[in-house]
Design a protein around this ligand. Sequence first.
Ligand code: NAD
Length: 489
Amino acid sequence: MQTKLFIGGTWHEANGGTLEVVNPTTEELLHHAPAASSADIDKAVLAARAAFKTWKRTTGAERAVFLQAIAEGVRQNKETLARLETQQNGKPLPEALWDMDDVAACFDYYAGLAKDLDSRLETPIALPHPDFSSLARLEPVGVVGQIIPWNYPLLMLAWKVAPALAAGCTSVLKPSELTPLTALELGRIALEAGLPAGVLNIVSGGREAGAALANHAGVDKLAFTGSVATGRSVMQAATAGIKNVTLELGGKSPILVFDDADLEQAIEWILFGIFWNKGEVCSATSRLLVQENIAPKLFERLKLECEKIVIGDPLEDGVLLGPLVSKGQYQKVQSYLDIAKTEGLQLLTGGKRPSHLQKGFFLEPTVFVDVPSSSRLWTEEIFGPVLVAQTFDTESQAIELANTSTFGLGSAVLSQDLARAERVARELEAGIVWINCSQPTFCEAPWGGFKQSGIGRELGTWGLENYLETKQITTYNSQKPWGWYLKSV
Ligand code: NAD
């Protein structure tokens, strides 16, 4: 495990002390990771600025070679990285292994887009004036400050770093203080891939390091993923230098189950939508809306299946639910369970620590039913394995309930009537709508939210565009004098 920061292609002693990375399964210290000070952030930004001078002149095809080498490095280290991810985050190992495949696929995908970029760098523009010609040229934005959360530590890095490097930008990436270990390992992989010094800098650290990066005058663009509250401060920091900013924030995504949905499929997607990655998923479908006439039967099946979910050490075979990431997150989720008690909410299942686990930040899969729209459990992002449910009568009522939220990240519609599902999908105020599923994510498709769920889109070609500026170059091709001021020429 790394003990230094990855800056300018070498390992640097951190000046901000260390971060205690705790294994949420055992509650024991896993590693002392380096904590960047604002001076270290400064050093990293300078390294990225120096590297940008040459990296921006490389072709997409040249950059693709490095991205593919990083993808290959991730594949070669897949088992080690996945175990480390599980140890620091608590996600079941099969989920971490799946994440590593997605990380490698993301670097490969953007390697492909980097190559394509070479053929579309300059586009002629037809002008109505015969004496002029013009073209639009795509250029990298510059040095980007990238700040990520702890729920998909290496995958969130890939979603940020791969498109930025593909576009010709250089990056200073700050992972979460809770889960910096796999990001630092990626520094080693980038080094082995031969990535030129300073193109990618990985500076683990806490809030202060994040704020120093967000406020740094040498950063041209900020790309942030995290909570709404932090996103607001990052946006405020961006205003000082009028920096380009993209924000991927929280959610409280609805899943709508109509009475013609296949019941067994519905149960599977409801469970996957909220308990995958322990419910610590920005797009988790954490609000369940069920058509009234099937609600009793569906809730009965849901309770039964929730109680079968195997909770325990995420490195053990067969475990489907690991611990929450940290003591702080565990306490935050517990505080919502306390609110549920005060509000007298009806608990269908769960709501406590599993009796066989004395250590670790574990919580049973939890479902509340008949939760009123006024409840904080209905309106706020809990970010844990807690599902809140309501029933609806008509399609328009379901849409109204789904859209009544300050968030607009994900949503899901389950119905065997595809015409209805598609009609509802078009009405939902969300950046992502899943029909007859919840959560499957492909790096080719745009990712991001409406309303307070964020600004901008990641992934797909949209992810690459985030890191490109458009320049127009307009030429006067005539020998004739323009003749506005110099009329006598
Ligand atoms: P967080 O906002 O607490 O922290 C995110 C990152 O910001 C961390 O690296 C943190 O150190 C850094 N940070 C903290 N204060 C900062 C400041 N003042 N300036 C700059 N950086 C600062 O979020 P979290 O608890 O790590 O992650 C959970 C949140 O992330 C949830 O709300 C979740 O919905 C969201 N999320 C969104 C997406 C998406 O794609 N929309 C994906 C994953 C997670």
